[in-house]
Design a protein around this ligand. Structure first.
Ligand SMILES: [Zn+2]
Length: 291
């Protein structure tokens, strides 16, 4: 829509007030523009390689900056020299070299221009200009396909079903996911980031507070954990985090009530222990400040 000047009042406003005849791909990010416009401009590098154009009358396609030619985006490939050699202007449209659906380019003055002009016969001229979103067979933009393309794909972790399951409580799951990735701001990590804190666990006041101690090696949280697992009919609850995850991945499969109960209980325990730890942390700091 934005590139073909069609569809909405917003697009018309963007073209008249922000682009003012310049290409979306080349306009600089203004100092004082809105958050949304800034974001859109920053995403151009990602979007550019995913778009090509079908040429109709060429009035909405930038000759040098849009990808309509078999050689790709001409300005990106040849630089400003090609605009100069063609005696054209930076914001020229494809329509400037089209007349009654026939190519009418001046005689080429460089080898690159000869090459560009020789390939014009490969460009099919359609009824109207059209932007083609290359990720979708229909050529139309699609959020899901674009997200799948842009996100960094990583190997699937074995434990994901422990966190994301039907009866999971989202806020518990989120903290659980951070815990799995060891991304909670536990004291060992705060110290790694250069933040000066007392490294001792706030519950037992004896050992270094890191994820594996907090869940569930600490005598205080271990007692809670043992009790919760006993309620879930799990005797000898595992207190080593990595072994616990391995056990869960192996034994907490399927959708049975007991499996779901164990997983819900696990993440509820993690969530509330983390909540309580944060409370202790904040109160401790407040006390320190008031001294
Ligand atoms: Zn402790």
């Amino acid at each position: 829509m934005l590139l073909l000047l069609a569809g909405s009042l917003w697009v018309a406003w963007i073209h008249s007030e922000l682009l003012k005849g310049r290409s979306f791909w080349t306009v600089k990010i203004p100092q004082d523009c809105s958050w949304g416009w800034r974001k859109l401009l920053k995403l151009r590098a990602d979007a550019r390689s995913l778009l090509s154009f079908e040429v109709g009358d060429g009035k909405n396609i930038f000759l040098w900056h849009d990808c309509w030619h078999p050689n790709g985006t001409l300005y990106q490939k040849y630089g400003h020299r090609i605009v100069y050699d063609a005696a054209s202007s930076l914001n020229a449209k494809v329509s400037s070299i089209l007349q009654n659906k026939e190519w009418c380019w001046r005689p080429a003055r460089s080898e690159d221009l000869v090459d560009i002009q020789s390939k014009l016969s490969l460009v099919q001229i359609k009824d109207s200009d059209k932007a083609i979103w290359l990720l979708n067979s229909s050529g139309k933009f699609n959020c899901a396909d674009t997200w799948q393309h842009l996100r960094g794909k990583q190997a699937e972790v074995q434990w994901w079903k422990l966190i994301w399951f039907n009866k999971a409580i989202p806020r518990h799951g989120f903290i659980g996911w951070l815990t799995m990735k060891n991304r909670l701001a536990t004291k060992d990590r705060l110290i790694q980031w250069g933040i000066c804190v007392d490294p001792v666990c706030l519950f037992c006041r004896h050992m270094l507070e890191d994820r594996d101690h907090l869940f569930f090696k600490c005598p205080f949280t271990k007692r809670i954990w043992d009790h919760i697992m006993a309620l879930c009919l799990v005797s000898d609850a595992i207190d080593d985090w990595n072994m616990l995850v391995a056990w869960g991945t192996q034994h907490l499969q399927g959708k049975s009530f007991r499996t779901s109960l164990c997983k819900v209980a696990w993440w509820a325990a993690v969530y509330h222990i983390w909540l309580q730890r944060n409370l202790e942390f904040t109160v401790g700091r407040l006390k320190l400040r008031s001294r």
